[in-house]
Design a binder for this molecule. Structure first.
Ligand code: BES
Ligand code: MN
Ligand code: ZN
Length: 502
């Protein structure tokens, strides 16, 4: 959808649909919202009557449609959408309300929408939230259905505001476009089936994004990973006829004087569990096991579009976890690229093996901060459900920025403890460590995975985000559809943006 800014009076708009945000109290004296008041007056008080009659309560995402029929409003219809309590309005309420309103406009086959902005928050934040809500809320994945893909509708959204708010609004619009684009990139990669979204396909998409937005993209193939002695990653990859890739995206690659932030995302394009085979039901959904990698690619797109003044590197180790005559086994011992040896207990604990070699690779950038993100453990889903990701961090500043980024984007995170207790269950008799505690250890699986990863971290500021509960959604949030959420792309981009302002 094409989103534009307009400082002409909204009442004169030629759009077929007007969008009006109404918070609880927006029409009350002594501080009525002047834009709503103007539209209400032009419609002979129709909005006020909607509210006073109790037909519309202005709860968040309530929608009513009014037909002005030749009153002072040129548009054919007015979509009135609730914002909840106007007094404590949040950016996320604006995202949700915008998405709901535009979804209704789409149902009504509207082509052009004109919206009046809610005035409670600062203009840039409001525009960013509206843009994200619009673009993320109208996202549709058609997949490989043989039916005609749905028409992209509405075609345009004109956001009306006063001339003096234009500069701030333009900044918000630019940011919103960049954040939505990254989120949508991540969603589509996750939604794609595993026979389409292979490691090579992910690398190709990363390369396309790099070309479009001025990133540097380097893709390592198996022999290059062998030369780097990435024995942990290669052990996972060796069971699949589909070859692995190690994707490297760099923003400000040449500006070596800038502080470096490295983002690492698990890219398991399908997780059967390997010889520690998952159940038939447990395997369905595992096309999304590259959700961390997709988040990193999406975040890099946003970072590039916003030209954030940091050196930012995205690393995505990508591989299938399969069974075959070449597959790795329980009790194999593999050697990661930092020389540490790992006894395989479960071939289903494969994500940490990919991440191990990628975390070692991150060290070459002398990073100020490293954040990895992965659909790593079922234990994290048990701990937090789909409410948030768990974060294990060695540094309070990284943690605080991630937390704040999660609140702002509503891709929430919650801190978990990185106790040394979690090292004990993965002590090995034959190698430096085991990759899993084994079936007789019942609890703490997400913390044990984090403790494992810490063996490959040789820099002071690191956080590990376990997003296993967040990769897909049943569609209960207006702008997050059923299927892939795109979770993590906006979180990581916002983290980087905050780190740059630190
Ligand atoms: N990709 C899974 C984790 C997962 C499970 C994500 C369910 C989302 C939903 C991961 O590779 C895995 O299989 N983890 C194992 C680890 C165990 C063998 C130590 C798990 O959580 O059971
Ligand atoms: Mn697994
Ligand atoms: Zn996995």
């Amino acid at each position: 959808m094409n989103i534009t800014l307009n400082n002409a009076p909204i009442l004169d708009s030629a759009a077929d649909t007007l969008l009006v945000f109404v918070g609880r109290g927006s029409l009350d004296n002594p501080t009525p919202n002047l834009v709503i008041d103007g539209i209400n007056t032009a419609m002979n008080g129709a909005i006020a009557e909607l509210v006073s009659g109790g037909d519309f309560t202005a709860n968040l995402s309530d929608v009513s449609v009014l037909y002005p029929r030749g009153t002072g409003v040129a548009a054919r219809r007015v979509v009135v959408v609730g914002l909840g309590d106007a007094a404590d309005l949040t950016p996320d309420a604006i995202r949700r309300a915008t998405a709901t309103a535009l979804q209704r406009a789409r149902t009504l086959k509207s082509q052009q929408v004109a919206a009046a902005i809610p005035p409670e928050l600062d203009t840039a934040t409001t525009l960013q939230a509206m843009t994200e809500g619009a673009l993320l809320g109208l996202y549709q994945y058609h997949g490989q259905k043989s039916s005609e893909p749905p028409v992209a509708r509405p075609e345009s959204l004109a956001i009306h505001l006063s001339a003096d708010a234009m500069d701030a609004a333009q900044n918000g619009l630019t940011a919103g476009r960049a954040f939505a684009a990254g989120g949508i990139t991540a969603r589509t990669l996750v939604n794609l089936p595993p026979n389409y979204c292979t490691p090579a396909y992910m690398a190709e998409q990363a390369d396309n994004i790099a070309k479009a937005h001025g990133l540097k993209c380097t893709v390592l193939e198996r022999h290059q990973m062998e030369a780097l002695k990435m024995g942990a990653l290669l052990a996972v990859a060796q069971g699949s006829a589909t070859p692995p890739r190690f994707i490297i995206l760099e923003h400000n690659a040449d500006k070596k004087d800038l502080a470096a932030v490295v983002l690492v995302g698990k890219g398991v394009t399908f997780d059967t569990g390997g010889y520690s085979l998952k159940t038939a039901d447990g395997m369905v959904g595992m096309k999304a096991d590259m959700g961390g990698g997709a988040a990193v690619i999406g975040a890099m797109q946003t970072v590039a579009m916003l030209n954030i003044p940091l050196r930012v590197i995205g690393l995505v180790p990508a591989a299938d976890n399969m069974v075959s005559g070449n597959a790795y086994r329980p009790q194999d011992v593999v050697t990661a690229s930092n020389g540490k040896t790992i006894e395989i207990i479960s071939t289903d604990a494969e994500g940490r093996l990919l991440l191990a070699d990628a975390l070692v690779y991150a060290k070459r950038y002398d990073p100020a901060a490293v954040v990895d993100i992965a659909t790593l453990t079922g234990a994290m889903v048990v701990a937090l459900g789909s409410a948030a990701s768990g974060v294990y961090a060695t540094d309070d500043t990284v943690m605080q920025h991630l937390f704040d980024a999660g609140e702002f984007t509503q891709e929430r995170v919650w801190r978990m403890p990185l106790y040394t207790d979690y090292n004990k269950p993965i002590e090995s008799d034959t190698a430096d460590m085991k990759n899993s505690a084994g079936a007789n250890v019942r609890g703490g699986g997400a913390g044990i995975a984090a403790a494992f990863l810490k063996n490959f971290v040789e820099y002071p500021a690191w956080a590990h985000v376990d997003m296993a509960g967040k990769m897909t959604s049943d569609g209960d949030n207006t702008y997050v559809p059923k299927g892939a959420t795109g979770y993590g792309a906006r979180l990581l981009a916002e983290f980087v943006r905050r780190w740059a302002e630190k």
